[in-house]
Design a protein around this ligand. Structure first.
Ligand SMILES: Nc1ncnc2c1ncn2[C@@H]1O[C@H](COP(=O)(O)OP(=O)(O)OP(=O)(O)O)[C@@H](O)[C@H]1O
Ligand SMILES: [Mg+2]
Length: 504
């Protein structure tokens, strides 16, 4: 049995291209149980998990934790290292785990053709199978259908080691976590309780400090007004007392001014003013010390225009190959200019394959279509960021304002060479929003996005007036935004065939 805790001791970490550390001076201790990590895209959640599992080494400070530690990746680009050993293990527990997550032997040889939901299950299964003392798991429910998600939740619940989890799935975080770490650079704040409890506490504290700041600002303004008033009174008095401008022979007037100085009237006024100046300085210092973090406006707007065509696309009834002898059968599919369609179905039933077929058949011009693919692999993400950096300052300004309004700070993003999965999705949404599309096709748009951005995206899509085709496992998201369902299920009498039915 390895160490039953993990300790971050004054840990800082910066990627090579960063001028400021992603993680700065972090001191923290975590023990067994699940700790949720929450924060905007790009704040460093995945970086933290990799430091915990020893996949990254701190630039300074120390991470002390169990040696048997595993990081289960957020990206689905690569097959997990021990996948073959996991598939070969014939012990009962391994068979049960594979069965529960629906992992099949053949997956070993066809990683690239697996759906992202299947890849995710393979990654999580291989990580759990090793029963590490520390498991750092990054967005495990991305791409998963409801059944797989529930199975996964059960498996994670029974894990007894030190767990760190990043997820935008609130229910999952509420069910699992006994601690939550809220990241808002440069702050890392740990609260006992699940996500909702921690979030309430974060909000409460933010409101209290906003109130304190308001109070301090009022107090400072009051004293400042008083100082200004006294100063102008003193200046007036000074002018009166000044012997300049008095006739040399006016002895009475000169006498009065001398008397004011001798009786110390001037000295008292000066002392009072000094005291007041001191209080104003203290009030300003208090205000600075209480100053709440700068807040940014959030929320995005998605332009759109209904096409005046009869249909956005039509796909004649047919069959699409899903590989390994499997097919997807579908009736004639057509989308009208203002249709809002949800494409739903379990993992591996061909949703993204169908989306690709639709994309390839489109006759609309590129600027009339916004397409967000299900995943953007690492090298493509890096390439897109480099292209964005070269945009004209006006276009770059638009993209970065958009990203900023989704809660991710542009300066760090512009220094990055490998944008995080959430950051690259925000960039792609921004690039799409720069046009006025007739059709938006979004494949699992909420994956990787932080909670604030999911809300912003939902609001902007609710007001979008043209054609919307959404693929998602988020039932609430689909319920609010779509009216028609295209549902893919497996044909019970022929498991090799998936069938699409149009509902609504
Ligand atoms: N290899 C790298 N070189 C330079 N910068 C990087 C590299 N990898 C990540 N970054 C940057 O470091 C920051 C933190 O990245 P990280 O992946 O930890 O964020 P995250 O909070 O997990 O984001 P998300 O919610 O989108 O998954 C981001 O701004 C990212 O662009
Ligand atoms: Mg991440």
């Amino acid at each position: 049995m390895g160490k039953q805790f993990i300790e971050f001791n004054k840990v800082s970490f910066a990627y090579e291209t960063q001028s400021e550390s992603t993680i700065k001076d972090l001191t923290l201790q975590l023990s067994a149980g699940w700790t949720g990590c929450v924060g905007a895209n790009g704040v460093g959640k995945s970086t933290l998990l990799q430091l915990a599992a020893g996949e990254l080494q701190p630039s300074s400070g120390k991470v002390i934790g169990p040696s048997q530690a595993i990081y289960c990746r957020q990206r689905t680009d690569f097959q997990p290292e021990n996948f073959e050993a996991f598939l070969d293990d014939s012990r009962r527990e391994a068979c049960i785990l594979r069965g529960r997550l629906g992992i099949k032997e053949g997956w070993l040889y066809r990683w690239d053709s697996l759906s992202h939901g299947e890849r995710k299950r393979a990654q999580v299964g291989a990580a759990l199978w090793q029963q590490p003392d520390l498991l750092a798991i990054d967005e495990p429910t991305n791409h998963l259908d409801t059944d797989a998600r529930d199975t996964l939740l059960g498996a994670l619940k029974s894990y007894r080691g030190i767990g760190l989890i990043v997820s935008h799935d609130k229910t999952l975080m509420d069910t699992l976590c006994t601690y939550c770490l809220f990241i808002d650079p440069p702050d890392f704040r740990l609260f006992p309780g699940n996500f909702s409890q921690g979030w309430k506490q974060v909000r409460r504290e933010a409101e209290t400090s906003e109130k304190r700041e308001l109070q301090a600002r009022k107090e400072y303004k009051r004293i400042d007004r008083e100082v200004k008033k006294r100063r102008s009174e003193a200046a007036k008095a000074d002018r009166k007392r000044s012997k300049r401008g008095i006739d040399k022979k006016d002895h009475d007037a000169k006498e009065k001014k001398n008397l004011a100085r001798i009786t110390g009237k001037d000295a008292v006024a000066g002392k009072l003013l000094n005291q007041l100046n001191g209080r104003a300085r203290q009030a300003r210092e208090r205000l600075v010390s209480l100053s709440v973090k700068k807040t940014y406006d959030t929320g995005i707007w998605q332009e759109g225009e209904c096409s005046n065509r009869n249909t956005l696309f039509t796909l004649p009834a047919g069959e699409i190959s899903l590989g390994e002898g499997r097919i997807l059968s579908h009736p004639k599919l057509e989308m009208k200019p203002a249709d809002r369609i949800a494409l739903v179905g379990s993992n591996g039933n061909g949703k993204s394959t169908l989306v690709n077929r639709i994309i390839n058949s489109l006759t609309l011009t590129d600027d009339k279509v916004t397409y967000l693919p299900q995943e953007i692999d690492q090298s493509r993400a890096a390439q897109i960021l480099e292209e964005v950096k070269k945009l004209s300052s006006e276009k770059l300004g638009y993209v970065m304002t958009f990203v900023n309004r989704l809660g991710t700070r542009p300066p760090r993003l512009l220094e990055s060479v490998l944008p995080s999965p959430g950051e690259i999705r925000k960039i792609m949404l921004a690039l799409g929003a720069a046009h006025v599309p007739h059709l938006m096709i979004l494949d699992e748009p909420t994956n990787h996005l932080d909670l604030l951005s999911v809300e912003c995206l939902k609001e902007s899509l609710a007001g979008y007036p043209a054609g919307l085709l959404l693929v998602s496992h988020d039932a609430e998201f689909l319920e609010e935004l779509t009216e028609i369902r295209w549902r893919i299920t497996i044909n019970e009498s022929n498991p090799q065939e998936c069938v699409l039915e149009v509902e609504g």
